[in-house]
Design a protein around this ligand. Structure first.
Ligand code: DC
Length: 219
């Protein structure tokens, strides 16, 4: 059984997908982390996000792979574990920018499809139900209002003691949504056969329960 969870940044996809995978004994695959690893490579090379030709050819030298340590996904970039480095805000924005290029997508989609072929997965991203796993048994479109997503991110950064500004976070989220939803290649849209779950007024436990129930009904 494969479960696809798509949705905008900050909707809670990774938290929910991880919990669901644990509960169902499936492998969790965070595809955003792969785009982030590719983005980190481009940042390190000093390549500009708008330079499609250079990004497309640099893709060949960026070998992204994943492995699991104590059940948690680790992302490797040319054999280096970059799981912590890819969480920076700058890397997330670069990932959103370079994910518009077909060459980047082709390479990572092939890796994602291979992973789902080799194991039963809960995979989260932007195009899993529409493009990567069109035959997934369960498809969820998980969303939340921009205000809720910005507040969650703000609280997360505050907890870490990182400097943050709610207005700036909200602006960032709106720009990322706009780019992810309006790009030409595999934009973020709800698959026709996906179930919409709005997590704005729900706790993590309630969302997990709702999706668990959807999976249960699908057998
Ligand atoms: O989920 P995330 O924030 O880690 O993803 C970072 C960016 O990667 C996101 O803004 C768009 C891109 N992405 C994508 O285009 N397709 C996916 N399946 C996953 C992520």
């Amino acid at each position: 059984m494969n479960i696809a969870i798509d949705g905008p940044a900050g909707a809670g996809k990774s938290t929910i997908a991880r919990k669901l995978a644990e509960k169902m004994g499936l492998i969790y695959v965070d595809t955003g982390a792969m785009y982030r690893a590719m983005a980190l490579y481009m940042l390190r090379q000093g390549i500009d996000a708008s330079d499609e030709a250079q990004i497309s050819s640099a893709c060949d030298a960026a070998n992204v792979s994943i492995c699991y340590q104590d059940g948690s996904q680790q992302v490797l970039l040319n054999e280096e574990n970059v799981s912590a480095d890819i969480r920076q805000e700058e890397v997330g924005n670069m990932a959103s920018s370079i994910s518009v290029y077909p060459n980047v997508r082709q390479k990572l989609v092939a890796l994602q499809q291979k992973l789902a072929k080799d194991a039963d997965v809960v995979m989260d991203g932007r195009d899993i139900g529409t493009c990567v796993l069109p035959d997934a048994e369960v498809k969820i479109y998980l969303t939340a209002s921009v205000e809720t997503r910005a507040m969650r991110r703000y609280e997360e950064l505050q907890k870490k003691g990182a400097p943050c500004n709610l207005e700036a976070i909200m602006q960032d989220i709106k720009e990322r949504d706009d780019r992810d939803m309006h790009r030409e290649a595999s934009p973020l849209v709800q698959a026709k056969d996906a179930t919409l779950v709005d997590s704005s007024d729900l706790s993590i436990a309630q969302v997990t329960e709702a999706i668990w129930e959807i999976c249960r009904k699908k057998g």
